[in-house]
Design a protein around this ligand. Structure first.
Ligand SMILES: [Fe+2]
Length: 313
């Protein structure tokens, strides 16, 4: 009997050498052994949420880098008890926080200036932070805001970034462009025989705010409008009998992930944007135009504010 014949006589003898030629892991996987179609590939259950998070973050990043180039015109009516009736409907355009510098596109600021002029305002209020850290941007910024046109003038205060760069240079350049810079000072603005007190404070963060000085000379029952870069002044403005404060500084948060109102439907305690009130004093906080730290915005696009003052009488 040959060796081959012996091998074919019993299954044990037949299978033993054949099994030895296959790796044990393949042999023990029945689906591979008997199927004739590929097994469907299913994602591992833990991989799906990760991919959803990844794509959501990618979308957020795309929006965040695009939003600084957007421009929203925010229209807000503000009702004021002491605004003389003949001045009902007075239109103020407010611009703030241009942050002219390497991370803000000058074309974006030009569009904002053009939009402000197209609104044909009675007054323009500029509420600070025109440049960020580099004084070489002061002159081009002044040239840009010098293009603003309003029937009764353009008025400005300075912000913390202006002080951290070169406040005196910016104030001088702005004045050379015909802009009235109000640094702890005020004036009675006469418009068609009616008047109110228009004032501005120097920046709070650098310790130069002097509100009593800005209001010195105003009448007790006169309507008082205050330009102040930092909205933190609201409590003091309310005590001093200011009717309306116009502020910037917050950039609306610049990146906001939380809704503006809390779960009970009330506005959050710290006012980052829009119209607020303390007692008889109202405040409008604009989101501004530029960015700081990173060239991103999320949930608060740049803003040109169109404020219409209404008389309550
Ligand atoms: Fe700012």
């Amino acid at each position: 009997m040959s060796a081959l014949h012996v091998a074919l006589t019993t299954s044990e003898q037949y299978n033993a050498p054949a099994l030895a030629t296959f790796p044990p892991n393949i042999m023990s996987t029945p689906i591979r052994w008997r199927h004739d179609r590929p097994a469907p590939r299913r994602p591992r259950p833990e991989a799906r949420p990760l991919s959803v998070i990844k794509s959501a973050l990618g979308e957020m990043a795309r929006v965040a880098f695009a939003e600084p180039f957007m421009l929203a015109i925010e229209r807000q009516q503000i009702y004021l008890r002491r605004l003389p009736k003949p001045l009902d409907g007075l239109r103020i355009v407010q611009l703030s926080d241009l942050h002219f510098g390497p991370i803000v596109n000058p074309r974006h600021l030009e569009r904002a200036i053009e939009a402000a002029n197209d609104l044909r305002p009675d007054l323009i209020a500029l509420t600070g932070d025109y440049i960020s850290h580099d004084r070489s941007y002061a002159a081009p910024c002044a040239e840009l805001v010098g293009r603003l046109r309003a029937r009764h003038g353009v008025f400005a205060v300075l912000g913390n970034h202006d002080h951290w760069t070169d406040a005196a240079l910016i104030a001088d350049l702005f004045r050379a462009e015909g802009i009235t810079v109000l640094l702890n000072e005020g004036m009675r603005l006469d418009l068609n025989g009616e008047s109110f007190w228009l004032s501005g404070v120097n920046d709070t963060m650098v310790g130069l705010e002097d509100l009593p000085l800005a209001l010195a000379g105003s009448g007790e029952n006169e309507m008082k409008l205050l330009l102040a870069h930092n909205p933190i002044i609201l409590r003091r403005a309310a005590r001093a009998g200011v009717d309306l404060v116009l502020s910037g500084h917050t950039h609306g948060g610049q990146v906001t992930l939380r809704p503006e109102k809390n779960r009970s439907g009330r506005p959050r305690r710290r006012l980052l944007r829009g119209l607020g009130r303390r007692g008889n004093t109202q405040i409008y906080v604009t989101r501004g135009l530029g960015t700081v730290v990173l060239p991103i915005r999320y949930g608060c696009p740049p803003e040109v504010s169109m404020l219409e003052l209404r008389s309550i009488s």
